[in-house]
Write a protein that binds this ligand. Structure first.
Ligand code: 5GP
Length: 212
């Protein structure tokens, strides 16, 4: 039995706010963190590998996973289906390993409202401005104006859920945001209820005190 259940760290933001960079940096900082690899029906992008960024599924396979109750949460995002496979999360939690989720507000809401809600720490990343967000979205790829406009609409709708999160970071500077994120995780791990071993530890301190 692990000392404590793993924490479910939910990171959400509109795309272009720096969430993927922050997730990557957090994983590098603490290699014991497990990244939750989602299943999706969207096509792989260049450089993406099945089983690393996502499990790429067709619509039928995805629906079968949902029907078999294998998803912790699932949602329709930007024309595709995305979902979090349940099994690996349960295994990591039982082993006391913290899991990082890069999922949208719908997924965040479903996990927060599930039986695992008390193990959730949710963090929303805001862009410093809409102009900056648009710059980042434009810088990414040669997308048509229509695609950019649709992404901006999606972003503003994602941002409307900011107040449902425990913590909110404004990503003005990626290094500062990274430090804030690490601080949040460090503090959450130090919560009394996440350190059940403390009872025995303090009892031992008392014994040591009495015996000296
Ligand atoms: P992308 O296709 O750009 O990788 O991701 C699009 C959006 O889907 C991002 O906001 C990402 O956080 C979200 N997403 C990725 N995986 C999941 C998932 O398993 N569940 C939910 N609800 N959203 C996800």
């Amino acid at each position: 039995m692990a000392d404590r259940r793993g924490i479910l760290i939910i990171l959400s933001s509109p795309s272009g706010a720096g969430k993927s960079t922050l997730a990557r940096r957090l994983m590098q900082w603490d290699p014991t963190l497990r990244f939750s690899v989602s299943a999706t029906t969207r096509a792989p992008r260049e450089g993406e590998t099945d089983g690393v960024e996502y499990y790429f599924k067709d619509r039928t396979e995805f629906e079968q996973m949902v029907a078999a109750d294998e998803m912790l949460e699932h949602a329709h995002v930007f024309g595709n289906f995305y979902g979090t496979p349940k099994g690996p999360v349960q295994t990591a939690m039982a082993a006391g390993r913290d899991t990082l989720f890069d999922i949208d507000w719908q997924g965040g809401q479903q996990i927060r409202n599930s039986a695992l809600g008390k193990d959730v720490v949710s963090i929303f990343v805001l862009p410093p401005s809409i102009a900056e967000l648009e710059n980042r979205l434009r810088g990414r790829a040669q997308d048509s104006e229509d695609v950019i406009a649709a992404r901006m609409e999606k972003s503003i709708s994602e941002i409307s859920h900011w107040a449902e999160y425990d913590y909110v970071l404004v990503n003005r500077d990626i290094d500062a945001a990274e430090t804030e994120l690490k601080t949040i995780l460090t503090a959450e791990r130090a919560r009394r209820d996440r350190q059940p071993w403390l009872n025995d530890f303090v009892r031992a301190l008392n014994v040591e005190f009495d015996e000296r």
